[in-house]
Write a protein that binds this ligand. Sequence first.
Ligand code: FAD
Length: 394
Amino acid sequence: MGKYDVIVIGAGAAGLMCAGTAAQCGKSVLLLDHAEKVGKKILISGGGRSNFTNRFTTAANYLSQNPHFCKSALSRFSAADFITMVEEAGIAYHERNHGQLFCDDSAKQIVELLMQPCREFGVKIQLNTIISNIQKNEIFELQTNRGVFQADALVVATGGLSIPKMGATPFGLKLAEQFGLKIVPPVAGLAPFTFTGKEKEELQELAGISLGVSVRCRGKVFREAMLFTHRGLSGPAILQISSYWKPGDELEIDLLPDQEITSLLKLKRLSRPLAQLSTVLAELLPKRLVQLLASGHINDDRMQQLSDKQIEHLAYQLHHWRLKPNGTEGYRTAEVTVGGVDTNELSSKTMECRKIPGLYFIGEVMDVTGHLGGFNFQWAWSSGYTAGLAVAGM
Ligand code: FAD
């Protein structure tokens, strides 16, 4: 039997941040995980270099039924605060598109950055720990395969459901239900799309092609790269929109964003009247995509044969290509979970449950989901830090 001020369940991004913060504030902290090592998702993130935050993080980069919930924690511990930690530790990093920051060397450096205060301030880390039961009377009591542990405060940082192979479980959601908290039904986010029937066959023909597009669904638009795969569609634009997509929705894809196709084709009709439409389009789009369009989606006439109306119709088709996914690849490949513990159950200032004093939820287990680009880790840092201070009464 061990008694601590705080027990944190889940030694991932949010749990490590919270445990280190609470310990620095003088609390005795036990950090439990069922995995054999800490920070597994950090280690594989960003292709091993971890996109550890985004310089332009704001509340607009998050999905939640309460879009205001994340604001307080994001301002209490901002992207700039995490960048300061990274710089003070001497970790070299670089910026890619849209303010995404990555380690120059290895994601291991981020795990080490989080582990350092845990070590220095005496967080007890216990891995390979299976929790079989949690009760709250005066204090929280956890039964595990490694003994019984008690604490005044319990922080749940067990993450989302994506990549079960890496150790993701619904533990946090089940615990929330046990304590009578509402859950926003979880679904896979930042996930590639799959298709059936003719669309599937056609898209397979294009596997390997990547192009800059703008994708629209449910009023959201993302202008980034799209990748055709053997299973369907992927790439940043697709992953981003997948977090908003609901079954039955169509995607509207602008294959030539920022290009005024109507006037461009009218000019080509004058300058190259004898050229085939597909030849002209192949100068703007990948050849295999043009072949697919020419094989049934458009009339591949000579430019001089195209009427204004046909050109306008064609331009519309290229700017509004409509596809209907039958689903996403699901948690097997999704980067995050959309949904989770309902934020109405929690205080945005502390992450503590309104109904159960002493019980906290942080990171991806709750209904706050970031866009692609370092926002999910930033939420883990911000919510972990906020709860770490709160359990220490600060
Ligand atoms: P996690 O980091 O997932 O930690 C949860 C912890 O809880 C794990 O250690 C797990 O073992 C433990 N746990 C789970 N169930 C139990 C249980 N029953 N008992 C005990 N312990 C349990 N986000 C970014 O911002 N940038 C990126 O570059 C990025 N790349 C990613 C790449 C991939 C392949 C994936 C899958 C995700 C990526 N993400 C990225 C998302 C990011 O990893 C998560 O949003 C973030 O890790 C969430 O932090 P968390 O602490 O809430 O959960």
